[in-house]
Design a protein around this ligand. Structure first.
Ligand code: ZN
Length: 706
């Protein structure tokens, strides 16, 4: 028997009791919970098979009751996963990896349950559910349907074969890219010392370090240097190496990665496209785009293509202008150079940017002390959404965290006289990087999901990786945590996800917060919040120098904006080119490998302002759509930007100085985007907020393209 008193994985009533967590509890606890969950699930399956239930009873069993029986395992496993990402150790990873396959196995058993599927089907067709319940049932049904559960024997067999083959192909696709990166190196010796001087020291250090295996005496000043096709190695070289021939050498290798010899991905692409088309047909769809869009906000391919083409038409003149500017600058720098080649663009673009808008990250950081940024973020949230955010005294309130730097906050309904506060939600904030035990990047994750069945209010984890404060023994050597501007934007982004998780009013866990939101809509609130970092009065209200208290100077703010919008036209066309090509490939039958090359060419002519070089085989390294989850979904990046900018634009149109109206609009945003969760279709949510369908103008304006 497990001891429930001191086992944090079983103490699932309130907040996680991190102080009681012990790695040696993991295996036995998860094993017990898995067995118990499985037993109860099988019992439900057999009850459902002897179906004597009414529709409300069926809903209660297949949704509410299952939420209850899954909860203990979910709680324990998410606590372990969370700790693995913020407080990792060899022992923790070992236990995690040992139990992981069994957790996956149980999840896949449940998602393949025929009695549950049949029940969902009955519920789906009953027309007796409220709209939130209907959406939960529809999407659970769809995800089971898309896993082939409803196919008859032969088709199902074929479906599973394809799934298996696709898994292998996507691994092979990724491995080929990795191998082709690994098998190439550009060794640059001493004779190029003058060229190499122009490359930033951090990059030369990297090049020299990688060269040391072959040339133990290599050093950053004198070389030799080894440059590879890895982005951290490749990009600084393309941006700073003044030698066009050297840039050409590595550029051609880079854009033809995994396109020849043993590592050729072209036949794999053809297979993947053919197999995904076959899957679409087995499931009764015309093509794979239809499969992908069946669970997204965008309703059909035409709608996306129209929007992207609209964006393209309006951005193209700016992209041409960008290119022209780069060309003129090249002539200015090197009058004898006749033609701007593809491998010159990054270099001259970077040099021009340095000339026009140079500023150092170090100039900005003193304005972004974490404490000030948080104050600004909370004040903005209070202003827009009428919520009060208060830090909790962790010791006094007996809250336990996984590290002493972690903060904890409560969110309350804003009451103007400060009495009778209504509690809404809470969140942990883990602000600083801890190399070695904490993953890089930033994210928002669920700690507790809002749920009526389990009587829970939402709690979120907000995880960032900022620079920790320097604690000196006197005032002169201590320094608060000073953030880079990117880190500020990231914090606003993750907080936007957090707001949607915490301010949800949906009480069915299956659709509360960010649950059940189509993933081309999930970035709306996060990117919406990012926009406020580029809004001068908002930024100025909290970007105060940590020593003098003075707000960020206007010229520095302008440089932030100029940098953001620098040559954005070129970037925009590139993203549209990827998005449109992805949709085309997944909606047409591809007969041979040569067609794929031809399609890439045609799309580049249509959307890029500079012709690609003959060797360009970009698709052979397009992992997003051939080895990741973005097949027929790459458009989502632009889609989310369009939505979030358009939403932000509502505030600009209102006139941001119009306090009363901004409050009203903020509440409308809260009552729609932040409240309705996955319980309403995102296109309807958007319409409820904006009173119309989205359009691309706001994105263009926000990027200086209108
Ligand atoms: Zn995000």
């Amino acid at each position: 028997m497990l001891n429930t008193l001191n086992n944090a994985l079983l103490l699932n009533n309130g907040l996680p009791q991190f102080h009681l967590f012990q790695i040696n509890h993991i295996e036995e606890t998860i094993d017990t919970l898995l067995k118990k969950t499985h037993e109860q699930f099988v019992q439900i399956e057999s009850n459902l098979e002897n179906n004597q239930y009414t529709i409300p009873e069926l809903y209660e069993i297949s949704i509410d009751y299952i939420e209850k029986i899954e909860y203990p395992l979910d709680f324990a496993w998410s606590m372990i996963s969370h700790l693995k990402s913020v407080k990792n150790s060899d022992e923790l990873r070992e236990s995690y990896e040992k139990m992981m396959p069994r957790v996956i196995e149980e999840n896949s058993y449940m998602s393949q349950s025929k009695p549950i599927f049949d029940t969902l089907k009955m519920l789906k067709e009953s027309n007796k559910l409220n709209s939130v319940q209907q959406r939960i049932i529809d999407s659970s049904y769809k995800s089971m349907f898309l896993s082939g559960i409803d196919l008859e024997n032969n088709k199902k067999k074929r479906f599973n074969e394809i799934k298996l083959e696709l898994g292998e192909l996507s691994t092979k696709f990724s491995n080929n890219i990795l191998d082709s990166i690994k098998n190439y190196e550009l060794i640059i010796d001493h004779q190029y010392k003058e060229d190499m001087k122009h490359i930033p020291l951090y990059a030369r250090e990297l090049y020299s370090q990688s060269a040391q295996q072959k040339f133990p005496k290599s050093n950053p000043e004198d070389g030799p240097w080894k440059v590879t096709l890895d982005i951290p190695s490749f990009l600084p070289f393309m941006s700073h190496c003044p030698n066009s021939e050297l840039r050409k050498e590595i550029y051609i290798k880079y854009i033809s990665k995994a396109s020849s010899g043993k590592e050729n991905n072209l036949p794999i692409i053809k297979k993947i496209l053919n197999l995904k088309e076959e899957i679409a047909h087995l499931l009764g769809y015309e093509n794979y785009v239809e499969v992908s869009l069946s669970g997204k906000m965008a309703s059909n391919q035409d709608e996306i293509e129209n929007i992207l083409n609209d964006l393209s038409e309006k951005s193209k003149p700016y992209a041409l202008k960008d290119l022209n500017e780069i060309e003129l600058f090249m002539k200015e720098m090197h009058p004898k150079k006749e033609k701007l080649e593809n491998w010159d663009i990054t270099y001259y673009s970077e040099k021009l940017k340095e000339k026009k808008y140079k500023f150092k990250e170090e100039d900005l950081k003193p304005y972004f002390a974490l404490e000030n940024v948080l104050k600004g973020l909370f004040k903005l949230s209070n202003h827009l959404f009428s919520i009060d955010i208060q830090e909790v005294d962790i010791k006094k309130e007996n809250i336990h965290t996984w590290h002493e730097d972690v903060k904890f906050f409560h969110i309350y309904e804003n009451t103007f006289n400060g009495t009778n506060k209504t509690y809404i939600a809470s969140f942990f904030l883990d602000p600083y990087s801890r190399p070695g035990e904490k993953n890089g990047g930033a994210w928002m994750n669920t700690c507790v999901q809002k749920s009526k069945v389990l009587d829970k209010k939402p709690v979120a984890y907000l995880i960032c990786n900022g620079t920790p404060p320097i604690k000196g023994n006197n005032d002169t050597c201590s320094k608060p945590s000073l953030m880079t501007f990117d880190e500020v934007v990231t914090l606003f982004h993750e907080f936007g996800h957090g707001l949607q998780h915490m301010l949800t009013t949906i009480e069915d866990a299956g659709a509360s917060g960010i649950n059940n939101i189509e993933w081309d809509a999930v970035e709306l609130p996060s990117q919406f919040m990012e926009n406020w970092c580029y809004h001068q009065p908002t930024l100025k209200s909290f970007a105060l120098h940590y020593k003098t208290g003075k707000p960020i100077p206007d010229d520095l703010f302008q440089k932030i904006i100029d940098n953001k919008n620098y040559h954005v036209g070129l970037g925009m066309m590139r993203q549209i080119y990827f998005g449109m090509m992805d949709l085309y490939l997944y909606s047409h039958s591809i007969e041979n490998e040569q067609d794929i090359i031809e399609i890439q060419k045609q799309f580049s002519y249509k959307y890029l302002v500079k012709d690609i070089v003959e060797e360009d085989r970009f698709l052979c390294a397009f992992s997003h759509i051939f080895a990741g989850g973005y097949s027929a979904g790459y458009y989502s990046y632009k889609w989310a930007e369009i939505m979030s900018c358009d939403a932000f634009c509502a505030f600009e149109e209102a006139g941001l100085e119009n306090e009363q109206y901004i409050k009203l609009l903020g509440m409308r945003f809260r009552n729609t985007v932040l409240s309705l969760g996955g319980g309403t279709h995102p296109a309807d949510v958007f319409k409820q907020f904006r009173k119309r369908n989205p359009n691309v103008d706001a994105l263009l304006r926000q990027n200086g393209l209108l």
